[in-house]
Design a binder for this molecule. Structure first.
Ligand SMILES: [Zn+2]
Length: 211
């Protein structure tokens, strides 16, 4: 049955309130915005001193893949809230002093297909926590090619070269640039390069980093 559009969102909110919270990765009962006990066994913290929420792998990888490829906007918000909670509890290094939160954008076709952009959702949660603006500075010129987790640094660097373009002027602002996963750092580095060339001072952060 297809619900009339105006009813869908309130109904989802109502169902969220009525249903018990479920694990970010597998859907089993769990604390709100957290992993169940079984999935938590495969969750590792990010390296000490980074803003990142987790090391990429295990249930963290399952949750991020499900969020992007199912796709699941509710899960994207839950991941954002979880990152904020871990930052506020001191489980990750504190956010650096910046003037705004930028994000690594997906190509518009991908955003249209998913209905959201996970890095943009994460940026919104960090910005709300820090009372900073979200800086929508970059556009993706082309769709990211599918790269296997084993794709090496050189291959990734070639794949991302020239992928991003400046959409809005950033001036000399200090920005935190957010992505969902940092693999070799090629994508974040390429997006940061465009912002730096436009005059910004850029620091990079990801929800999960490949150790
Ligand atoms: Zn689970």
């Amino acid at each position: 049955m297809t619900l009339p559009t105006p009813l869908t969102e309130p109904l989802c909110t109502l169902l969220d309130a009525l249903l018990p919270p479920s694990c970010l990765a597998c859907g089993a009962p769990a604390s709100p915005d957290d992993f169940c006990g079984r999935c938590a066994e495969s969750v590792e913290a990010a390296p000490t001193g980074t803003v990142a929420c987790w090391a990429y792998g295990g249930a963290v990888a399952d949750a991020i893949r499900a969020c992007k490829f199912r796709p699941d906007a509710t899960l994207a918000d839950a991941l954002g809230r979880r990152w904020v909670a871990r930052l506020q509890s001191g489980a990750c290094a504190p956010l650096p002093t910046v003037d705004g939160i930028a994000f690594v954008p997906a190509h518009w076709r991908r955003r249209l297909a998913r209905g959201f952009d996970l890095p943009a959702v994460l940026a919104r949660h960090l910005a709300a926590m820090a009372r900073l603006p979200v800086v929508d500075a970059l556009g993706a010129r082309r769709v990211a090619p599918p790269l296997s987790a084993g794709a090496d640094r050189a291959l990734r660097a070639v794949a991302v070269a020239g992928r991003f373009a400046l959409r809005n002027d950033v001036g000399a602002r200090r920005l935190l640039l957010v992505d969902d996963v940092r693999t070799t750092g090629a994508t974040l580095g390429e997006a940061a390069r465009v912002l730096r060339e436009a005059g910004a001072e850029v620091q990079e952060a990801a929800l999960a980093v490949v150790p």
